[in-house]
Each structure stands twice: as C-alpha cells, then as structure tokens.
Design a protein. Structure first.
Length: 742
C-alpha cells in the first residue's frame, strides 16, 4: 500500500479494484451461482489436476516431504513435479479458503482473483507509465480491463488453468524494476527484495513464464539502463541482488529437482510441426478476424483498436503537434513531461516490443500466397528441445505490450477529446469498454462443469492402512498424450487421500506412459486395446498380482466416462474377479466400487432379487450381457451365447431360483451352471415372456458366479428383422432367489 499512498493512486485504485471485481463477478456469475458444486467447464477443464495439486502440497508439507516428488498419482511411479503445472503460487490462497469455502469454492475464488489481480497490477503499471498526463486514470482503467479480460485470460480461466491465469507477472516485474530504476515510493533495498520475491513467484507459477517474461521485459530493462547510463552500476547491483534472492529461493524450489530432469527426446518427445501449427496464432488474428478458438485470437475489438491506434498515432505525429492542439501543448503526444517527472518510452517503443511475442505466437512458419515463410519460433522450438508446445500462448506477453501501446497512443487523442466533448468522450469510452467485454464473451454464461461428491471417497479416506485405489476407466496422461479418460478421477484422490493409478501430469518420461500402454490390463481398461484370449489371461493375472502385491484396496468404476459397450464389458469383468467383495453402487449406479477382500467385506446379505435393467443390476451382471433396455414391454437385458451373474448365496443353503426369460429368434436352450458341479438345462420360449424355476444346490456357486450358456446366438440383421448386429441368445427381466430349508 505504500506504493499507493499520497500518489493520487489510492482513490483510483479503490475504484479500479471495485470495477474489476464487479466485472469478474458478472463474467463468472454462472459459476458463482454454483460456487461449491461446479468448476469452470471449458473444453479442456483442468480442475482435477490443480485441485489435486493443492491438496498434495498441503499433504506433503504435513508429512515433512517435498511436494516436488509424488507417487500418489500414476502409481507405481515416483514422478518429478518440477516440470508439472503445480502452480504453488496459489497454494496460500487455497489453504486459507478451502476450510471456509470448500475445495471447489477455493478453486473458483482463485479463478476470480486471477482477473482482479491481473487487472489491478496492469492498472497501476499503466498509471505509472501515463501519469501525470491527462486521461491517465480512465485509460489505465480501460487498459487494465482489456488486459485482465483478454481472450487469453478468458480461455484459460474457463479451463481453470491456474498456472496460466497469473498474467500480473508481466506488469508487476516491470513495475518493480521501474521502481528500482526510478525510486519514488520505496528505498532500493526494499524494492530489490520485493523484485527477488516476485521473480521467485514466477518460478512458482509456470516454467513457461520464463520463456515469455524475458520477451516482454528485455526492452524496458535495457531502456532503463540506458536512461541511467551515468549511474547504471548501482542499478545493476540492486538488480543482481534481486536475482540472487530469486536464485537462492528457486534453488530450494524448484531448481534442485528440475536439475534432475534430462530432456532426452526419447523420454520427453518434442512437439511436432503438426502440433505447433494446430496451436499457432493465425494471420487472421492480426486483423481481428480469427475465430475465438483456444488462445488463437487477440479478439476483434482489441485488434481493431490497436490498428486504429496505429493509424491515429501516425496521423497525429505527421500532422505536427502545433496543428493538432494549437497552443494547448499539454495534449501533445510527445515524451515531454512536466518538471520533476520521469521521461517514459513512447507508444511506438511498446508497439515494437509487442511485435516480437506476436510473431512468435504465429508459430514455426506461415504460409502466404502459396509460399511458406519460416519464423523465429522454429529456432526457439529447437532451443527448448520442443517442450514449448503452444506458440499461441505468447499472446499473453503480446497483450501486455500491446495494451501498453494502446493506452499510450490513444492518450493524447482522448485527452484532446475530453477537453472539448467530455460527456461524449466519456460515453465513447464506456461504449468501447462494453464492446471489449462483449467481444470476449464476458456477458455470456460462463461454462461450468458439475463435479459430483461421492460418499465412498470420504469413506475410503477414513480407512486405516496404505493401499492403492484403481479407477476405471484407466486414464494416464502427460500434458500432450496418454491413454483413457479416467484421469478425471485424479480430483477424487484429494478426497480419499490414497495413491492411485490414474493421473495427468504435464510432463513425465515416456517410459512411464509406456508402462501403462504396454500393459494388457491398463490399456484395455483405458479403451485403447482389444484383448486376444491370451492377453485376457495376462490381464487377469496382472490384476491378481496388483490386488495382492501393491495392494489394490478399492476398484472404482465411473460409468459416465465409459461408452455403453465399455460399461457392460468392464463392469462385467470386474464383477467376476475373485478377491473383490460384491460391488456396491450409488442409487443411480453412476458409480460402482469393489472393496478388496483382503480389507474385509463386512456383512454381506445374500442376493434375493436382481431386477435386470434397473440401476442396481450393475452390481450383479458379469460378462456376456448387453446394456439395459426396454424389451417388449418390461425393462431387461439381452444375453449373448454365454453370460454370467454374480450372486451372493449362503454356501450351506439350497435356493430356488425364479427368472423371467424370452428366447431370441429360434428355439433356445439355456444351461445354468456353477463351479460346484451344478448344471440345469431349460428350454426357453421364443414367443412370450415366461417364468422359469430351478433349484441351486448348496455350495453350487463357490465363486459366486452363475453361468448361463445358450445353444447359440444370432443377430437381428442375420435373421432379417432389423439392422441390429448384436449376437443375441435370450432376454431376462429378473432373477429371484428364495432360500430352501435345510
């Protein structure tokens, strides 16, 4: 606050804070209405990894270990998180907010603060660049708004990519450097310490900022050294002190761990040209005509204002200051300043600097008129060993420099207009503000994604012992590729507090990913491989090994992340695994889980009734079944030639089994059998639903699996009935078991 006191900024800063907070609330209103049940729901919402990450930081610190190493995701591998988007800069906010607002609420608060802080720091930076010239306050407000609510920020906020939303680093680092060069509010030692802490904060945000920040800052740093050329050694000395403070802190976190990363291209494959082209800024973005996709746009209004500023600035300069404003030179767009003020770089300086990240954002090359022109990004791509994958992210640095140019080039025009038509000019500025916000979608419903809270994860958190949670579908990814969709379950790892197979880390060795890709079990449960009979045997053996040796304590299946075919295949397979307790599920069976028998199954009631086609039947269907559907009136399931049911029976009792069935297409005979030597053949009607009864002897199902084997199956397509290609044997609507007296 010392930077604001007695500067004229105190009051305007309060206004700016209120404005940016209000606009952020309007922008996020759809999210704020679901503050603790939903997260930003952009196309690539990363809520799972960031909310897990902040839990992990707290958990690791509580255990007295470094947060930079973990095997709590992507088990059994120990992963180095120094190259992961952990973004611990936000952890203090999360740690304070989560106990009060909940985990989702804390994450959403961080999204809101990203807008407000970025806007505020940009506002202070612009005021320092413009003051004490006319129209500085209004233009700084508008510039901060344009920057904080840029297409770049809107995109990454909707993705809840908390490593990319701290856009304040560009103006804050240069603001502190400016204070170091031209002390006005703080002594240089204090400023050097603050600058060192800020530079360490960059390390705590994302390594990509160390690619972008030099591109944004180098020009102004050199300019200030030149301006201080008669006394540049003290300035350089204080700057080196700031760097030393940063280096000492960064060595502790994260450089020491980062040094252990070897960017071997076989382990950390570089991004290819196809990827770079797909995530580069198109040429149409330079004239405000690009589609608002990803970060591949500067927006329409902002781009047009920049071009308008270039045109107006050139016209203003070439007409001469006297012709522009006559005797009233205080509105002239020159670098003249009142006595005692510091001469600042002009608008064109910032435009020239802004062209550099803008060109880098265009990617490795551009094609124009049939000719391909190589661009500097190709050199940077090689220098960074292909690890900077998205050229368009340079638009964050470009927006900082171009907005600075924009407010400086328009300042004399706005000041001149305010002196003549204050009301009209104020209305025009308000209209530009509304247009900028409308252009980036600030008035449209912010995309949200509901995140269910399941009681089972809290139950697991209360369980003693060290065991592994295996989620289905499997999902193991690094920031660019991987297998499966189950990485969303990483979010729930922060609820149940146990190690888990699934996860998404920004960068992991390719050999880690290959471990899961080469596994018949994991690649099949990720949906990337169809298993041969031999591989099915291998997958079952893998599962038994992990269940015993890791050990796997729970298997959790998320039906919403599976196709209908995957649901019946994977859940059926899991229901047949020995070593797992009978499945349990939520009311609607969107989530099912199996507890390892080694942890104890508790009191399990014998199965009395299975309503096929109802949500609860998922706990009983084994392999060979199709999904639930309405079949000739009642709900049920079709079975293939062979299907299994998992039933829990008292091994000392015999049971009368009653079921309703309908054969498909031709005369069907079903043989009901169990591993205890039980077998019974029944002929099924193909015309009408009928009830059938059979007695299951005591001890007939030692593995709890009842097998239904039919005398063949046919498709409706083969029988000329429809286009359905499924091989169907018979349909079933229910199974009821009644114990018989011994």
């Amino acid at each position: 606050m010392k930077l604001l006191r007695n500067t004229g900024l105190g009051r305007s800063a309060v206004i700016a804070l209120a404005l940016y907070t209000a606009v952020a609330i309007v922008t996020l209103w759809n999210l704020l209405l679901q503050f603790n049940t939903a997260v930003p729901g952009g196309k690539d919402s990363d809520y799972y990894q960031f909310l897990w990450g902040y839990w992990w930081i707290g958990h690791a610190l509580a255990q007295g270990q470094s947060p930079l190493w973990t095997d709590y995701v992507l088990y059994p591998h120990l992963s180095n998180l120094s190259v992961h988007t952990l973004a611990p800069i936000w952890y203090p906010v999360y740690a304070l907010a989560a106990p009060l607002l909940g985990r989702l609420g804390a994450g959403n608060l961080i999204v809101l603060l990203g807008y407000v802080i970025s806007g505020m720091v940009m506002f202070i930076w612009l005021r320092r660049q413009l003051e004490p010239r006319p129209a500085a306050g209004g233009l700084a407000l508008l510039g901060g708004l344009a920057y904080a609510f840029s297409p770049y920020m809107m995109t990454h906020a909707s993705y809840i990519q908390l490593n990319l939303t701290p856009l304040w680093w560009f103006p804050l680092v240069l603001l502190l450097w400016d204070e170091l060069a031209f002390p006005r509010r703080l002594p240089r030692p204090a400023t050097a310490v603050e600058l060192g802490l800020a530079l360490w904060g960059v390390w705590l945000t994302d390594l990509q900022f160390w690619v972008w920040l030099p591109v944004a800052a180098w020009g102004y740093v050199l300019w200030t050294l030149w301006r201080q050329r008669r006394g540049w050694l003290p300035l350089l000395g204080w700057g080196l002190l700031a760097v030393a403070i940063m280096a000492a802190l960064a060595w502790v976190y994260p450089v020491n761990a980062l040094r252990q990363i070897n960017l071997d291209p076989n382990e950390y494959p570089p991004a290819g040209l196809i990827t770079l082209h797909a995530y580069s800024l198109p040429l149409t973005a330079l004239v405000g005509l690009a589609e608002p996709v990803e970060t591949k746009t500067l927006g329409h209004v902002l781009a047009w204002l920049i071009w308008g500023g270039i045109a107006v600035g050139l016209l203003w300069r070439f007409r001469g200051s006297t012709a522009r404003v006559g005797a009233n030179r205080r509105f002239a767009p020159t670098d003249d300043a009142t006595p005692g003020t510091i001469l600042r770089p002009g608008a064109w300086f910032w435009l020239a600097l802004g062209l550099i990240p803008l060109v880098l954002a265009l990617g490795p090359d551009v094609t124009f008129g049939g000719a391909t022109l190589p661009l500097p990004y190709a050199w940077l791509h090689d220098l960074l060993r292909g690890q900077h994958r998205i050229p368009a992210r340079f638009t964050g640095a470009a927006a900082f420099l171009l907005v600075t140019f924009l407010v400086k080039v328009w300042q004399p025009v706005v000041a001149w207009a305010l002196a003549r038509r204050r009301l009209l000019t104020t209305a025009a500025l308000a209209g530009v503000t509304v247009a900028l916000l409308a252009d980036v979608g600030a008035f449209q419903p912010f995309p949200v994604r509901n995140v269910p809270d399941y009681a089972i994860h809290h139950q697991i958190a209360r369980e003693p012992g060290d065991f592994i949670v295996m989620d289905v579908p499997v999902g193991t990814h690094y920031g660019w590729t991987g297998i499966g969709r189950g990485y969303f379950s990483m979010y729930y790892g922060a609820v149940h507090h146990h190690r888990m197979v699934n996860g998404w880390l920004s960068r992991i060795p390719y050999s880690t990913l290959a471990y899961y890709m080469d596994s018949p079990l994991f690649s099949w449960l990720a949906g990337t491989r169809v298993l041969s009979p031999d591989e099915q045997t291998q997958a079952a053996a893998e599962f038994d090994t992990y269940l015993r040796d890791w050990p796997v304590g729970y298997v959790i299946a998320y039906r919403d992340w599976m196709t209908p075919e995957q649901q019946t295949e994977w859940i059926g397979w899991l229901n047949e695994r020995s070593g797992l307790c009978p499945a349990e599920s939520t009311t609607e069976a969107d989530l099912l889980w199996w507890r390892a028998e080694a942890l104890g199954c508790g009191a399990t009631l014998p199965t009395s009734h299975v309503a096929m086609g109802a949500p609860a039947d998922w706990a009983h269907v084994g392999s060979g079944w199709y999904g639930p559907e309405v079949i000739g009136g009642p709900a049920g399931r079709w079975a293939g030639e062979t299907a299994t049911l998992r039933l829990t029976l008292d091994p000392d009792l015999a049971y009368e089994l009653t079921f309703s069935a309908l054969g498909f297409g031709r005369r069907r005979v079903v043989t009901l059998s169990g591993a205890g030597g039980f077998g019974q053949r029944l002929a099924l009607s193909v015309n009408n639903w009928r009830d059938y009864r059979v007695v299951i002897p005591a001890g007939a199902l030692p593995d709890r699996l009842l097998t239904l084997r039919h005398n063949g199956a046919n498709s409706a397509q083969a029988l000329g009935l429809s286009d359905d290609t499924r091989l169907l044997a018979a349909a079933y609507t229910y199974f009821t078991l009644r114990p018989l007296a011994p």
